[in-house]
Design a protein around this ligand. Structure first.
Ligand code: PLP
Length: 412
């Protein structure tokens, strides 16, 4: 039977806004682990971590069960809790803000640029005034859609206020930027303390569910590893209960482990890491195709400017596009976004809104009130993500743009 998941979408297949590309060697890599002794906590996890760290140029990569787990672990490892505050952009997925909130910290929602959807260091600085009595401890730049803002500005801002920088790089595996006359990969943490990644199937590489945190800080890496595994350590140099830990001759007891703070089970299994490792080998190909498709969208959509256009680009960044977001002036076009999405869906084209501003979620509005963030409001009213995934061809982009032209022709 033909493998459904590796089938190329044809012009009759529905186009979702994102999807994984799984090939036979990915499947074989997973099967190999299934046939091995180690479904989890085996050698493949460390192999994936070493390959990932090498790929992005960081000293450490800590694999975990999702991008959400990565963010939660990063906030915990930064010792952020009640009485603290974290600056988070209003345009992001729930998980970026929830990671701080769930640790008991206050979330300071910052505005974003209405044309790129990105928080800049300047936006982050404006959010400082919301801190009240809380101690601002971290800033969490989200590299939305795969693009980053000026990271050296974040460095300066964080140094000035003594903040930890936790990059939410869940969209940005493969992205690089230039700063200080050099090119830096996202994840290398050249201007941040930790960077978090997601390997959900719509992301640049897929693990089913999976995530990672990269850092150059040995202490943070070791803490992250303990926190993802119940807060346990098996490092005899860290043991506190010598009476329990060592036998009469001073050898560590073979069964022994210690816990110095409570953690979670946020481990990534060997099954997931095998898929991640196989997919990582295809990252350049996936990114190249995403860039090619994004460029084709840019060229085709130029005819619709200014009412339909792509995101504004930041000067220093070379994005590995995770999303192709369009900004559509629905009001000027006289069509509602929901109706436009339904008309595309009727033509077999999936779209999505990234994102409803997180501070507008009832949970956050009930706690922090409705904030005055005009940038995110202007961004949100126009954004729509079009299909973008590596199995697409330029002809699929043509099909999407032709459908848009058709619908707008009908609407006018
Ligand atoms: C910006 C951002 N941060 C965090 C996450 C959470 O990642 P995961 O779905 O792997 O938990 C996502 C996932 O969509 C995301 O888009």
């Amino acid at each position: 039977m033909e493998n459904q998941i590796s089938k190329n979408p044809t012009n009759n297949d529905p186009l979702p806004y994102g999807r994984q590309l799984i090939e036979e060697d990915d499947i074989e890599a997973v099967v190999k682990v299934l046939r091995s002794d180690w479904l989890t906590q085996g050698p493949v996890v460390e192999q994936f971590e070493a390959a990932f760290a090498a790929r992005v140029g960081a000293r450490h990569a800590v694999a975990c069960s999702s991008g959400t787990a990565a963010l939660h672990l990063a906030v915990m490892a930064a010792d952020i809790g009640p009485g603290d505050a974290v600056i988070v952009p209003a345009n992001t997925f729930l998980a970026s803000a929830n990671a701080a909130q769930i640790c008991g910290a206050k979330v300071l929602f910052a505005d974003v640029d209405p044309e790129s959807g990105l928080m800049s260091a300047e936006h982050a600085a404006s959010a400082l005034s919301l801190a009240g009595d809380s101690r601002v401890r971290a800033v969490l730049p989200v590299h939305f859609a795969g693009q980053c803002d000026a990271m050296e500005d974040y460095s300066v801002f964080a140094d000035k206020h003594g903040l930890t920088i936790i990059e939410d790089a869940c969209h940005a595996l493969g992205t690089s930027y230039s700063a200080d006359g050099k090119s830096h990969a996202i994840g290398a943490c050249a201007h941040g303390d930790m960077a978090t990644f997601s390997f959900h199937p719509v992301k640049t590489i897929a693990m089913g569910e999976g995530g990672a945190i990269t850092t150059n800080d040995d202490r943070l890496a070791s803490r992250l590893r303990e926190l993802r595994n119940h807060g346990m350590t098996r490092d005899p140099t860290k043991y506190k209960r010598n009476d329990l830990a060592f036998d009469a001759s001073g050898l560590p007891q073979p069964w022994y482990y210690e816990m110095h703070e409570p953690g979670l089970n946020y481990r990534a299994s060997g099954i997931h890491c095998a898929l991640g490792l196989s997919q990582l080998g295809k990252l350049d190909r996936f990114v190249e195709q995403r860039r090619k498709l994004a460029e084709h969208y840019d060229q085709r959509l130029a005819a619709f400017a200014p009412t339909v256009r792509g995101l504004a680009r930041t000067a220093q960044c070379r994005p590995a596009w995770h999303l192709y977001v369009t900004l559509i002036d629905f009001e000027a076009l006289g069509i509602e976004r929901g109706a436009f999405m339904r008309a595309l869906r009727d033509r077999g084209i999936g779209t999505q809104v990234h994102y409803t501003p997180v501070p507008w979620q009832p949970y956050y509005t009930e706690r922090y009130g409705k904030p005055n963030l005009p940038g995110v409001a202007a961004y949100y009213s126009r954004c729509l993500s079009l299909p973008l995934f590596p199995k697409m061809e330029e002809s699929d982009v043509d099909r999407v743009v032709d459908a848009i032209a058709d619908i707008l022709g009908t609407a006018q």
